[in-house]
Design a binder for this molecule. Sequence first.
Ligand code: HSE
Length: 384
Amino acid sequence: MKIGVIGLGTVGFGVVEILTNEKQRLEQEIKEEVVIKYGCGLEEVDLPEGIIYTNDFHDVINDKEIDVVVELIGGINVAKEIILGAINNGKHVVTANKALLAHHGKEIFTAARENNVHIFYEASVGGGIPVLVGQKESLIANNTKEIIGILNGTTNFILTLMETENLDFNEALTIADGLGYVEANPSLDLDGIDAAHKICILAQNGFKKFIDFDKISVSGIRNVTKVDMDYAKKLGYRFKMIAQAKEVNNGIGIDVAATLVNKKELVANVMDAYNVIEIDNDYVENVIFYGKGAGRYVTASAVVSDIIKTTQKEYWNHDYQDCQNIYPITKSKYYLRCDRPIDVDYELYFTEKQDHIYITHEVELAKLTTSLGNLDYTIFKVRG
Ligand code: HSE
């Protein structure tokens, strides 16, 4: 097997390192040679002996000897050109590119099927956690009922810091940024877009339908204040940025939102930069995937496993219909903070200083907000 790695950043180097260190064992496993022929990046870097450096991805995707193209540059346009170019040249593709697959998955998967090549993308969701292979292979006997997850490590780290160190959002963000956690475009993390890319990919594979990414309702964690964090704590809840997808009314309910999660729920206890994905299935019931969602070796682990998987005979099926109806999941319990008592069906009520806090019973959001009229209130979804 001859491999071209395009993108020599943190993960790209991790891939080169793992493939170099584990070469013998991996070759024994698949009974063939595993050779990195190219490392492609914008700037020349030191690569292990034998790997050709190039700054032109065409060298890689047009080389007849290359079997597997690994795309690790991220972003949409150039990455799409690389991936479609590689597929059309009959090469298997391994990518970590969640944004690209969330926006253009249908086109890419269709091209892969037409060209009889593999496209594997385990590293696009949950870093090194083998959740996609779990969905596509190990859970194939099941129909997915619901998927929920903490899919963004950066925001989970920020929320953990806010809670445990008693910091406000900006203080926690500064620390996360200093540790190199936050994406170059922080909005991807903070506004839930990165998590939405990932739940889009998980939902497509779970419900076997293509989802128009632009129809996903997304909000992040910028509106989580210290005040609400303190009340959540007092009431036995913890803020988490929850990505959720489930089948509803001839369509799919899917959204990303800062949510109060009951501390008794396993998901509430996933702290720091860890990710979790909980998949509810009809036969095997609840299955939980947990682990690190980012990092050089963590992500490279998934990429290398995918490279090795390209030797398998079975292609992953992505022969899905478009999902016609995509909704936010609005039937939920809600947390409400108001400056006066309100008339609402509640499970929990608490008052302190000038604040009146309610955890409602499960209710449709529109019904709840209509009943609140013009009152001033802060609202979050509640789980558990
Ligand atoms: N920014 C992402 C995260 C990186 O924090 O989870 C991994 O996809």
